[in-house]
Design a protein around this ligand. Sequence first.
Ligand code: SF4
Length: 385
Amino acid sequence: MISLYLHIPFCKTKCTYCAFNTYTNLDALIAPFNEALAREIAIVGRSKPGLRVGTIFFGGGTPSLLTPEQFARLLAAIRASFVVATDVEVTIEANPNDLNSRDYLAALRQLGINRLSIGMQSANVNELDLFARRHDNDQVVRAVSNARAAGFDNLNLDLIYGFPHQTLFSWETTLQQALALQPEHFSLYALGLEEGTPMKDWVAKGRLPMPDDDLSADMYELATEKLTAAGYRQYEISNWAKPGYECRHNLQYWHNLDYVGVGPGAHGWAGGVRYATILSPQRYIKALEIAEAHYDYPHTPATSEPVVVDRENEIAETLIMGLRLTQEGIQRAAFRERFGEDLLAIHGATLEKYARYGLLEITGQSVRITAKGRLLSNMLFRELV
Ligand code: SF4
């Protein structure tokens, strides 16, 4: 069973911290892009008939810029190309101000889209201004209420912390406002200063202060405390869910299992190949126009940088992804079944060293990261590769 990721590379405006492959002022390309994406889906389907799909994720970019008809076209292409599980999880990432119409949301729900991931980011207007987001908190409240009215019972809110000028108090306000909306899931992202973004440039030029790592760690701990008290279970370093609402699509990534990525700037890991796709939407559309009849799975005319991953690297990737799962960790029996060897027989020395430091917990069933290890996870993951 694979997962399917579709990258929708369009946004109305560019947020000041964002380094994703996304473009503004290209509305005229959305329709031809959608057709190209439907063709890419069909190419993957033809290259491996009967492939089963358990989760579908429209990410971006801003998928909520697509019309219900455009989603319908893509979902029809998926259903024609793959065997879609009856309990398929279908997520779209959405900007709050694209969710101001109940009719739009009802149409999405009608199409089988059953999970919304809403980019709330902050409840504070000055912070949203710093990010150049196009919404305010009232629009988030309306978006959630409209989504509920349209029948969505699986909502995620994305929040950002650890950015310049943010205080523990403003973060607490954001958490309180977000908790009041009672979503099923939270994704909390520590701001990274990404190359080429205005935010990084402003910090480099001294126009904004450098984010404070200690304060960021305090924010993480505050969030952990508040979300746990509200009945959310942390199941991954940055993700919390009500029981039964863990994101199945992202679990596929963290279990290092196959996912096909389509659309410009997507990534994929399928059939032993890790790959990216062409970044430019214009080049992507062109590449799909001159597609040949057959490509070897999981390649398409949009595939770039395919790398065949050897066993050693697959083990390292499985380890790093699995350690992100704070409750489940890496299940040793599943690891043995997949790689024919016990995890400790391969990486025992390193893992036991970190267990002695209190960063990992090793039992007969699993290896998982401790609360202390979560705060130092980047350092730990670097050592493991
Ligand atoms: S809406 Fe999302 S993808 Fe688009 S610019 Fe902002 S953060 Fe990036």
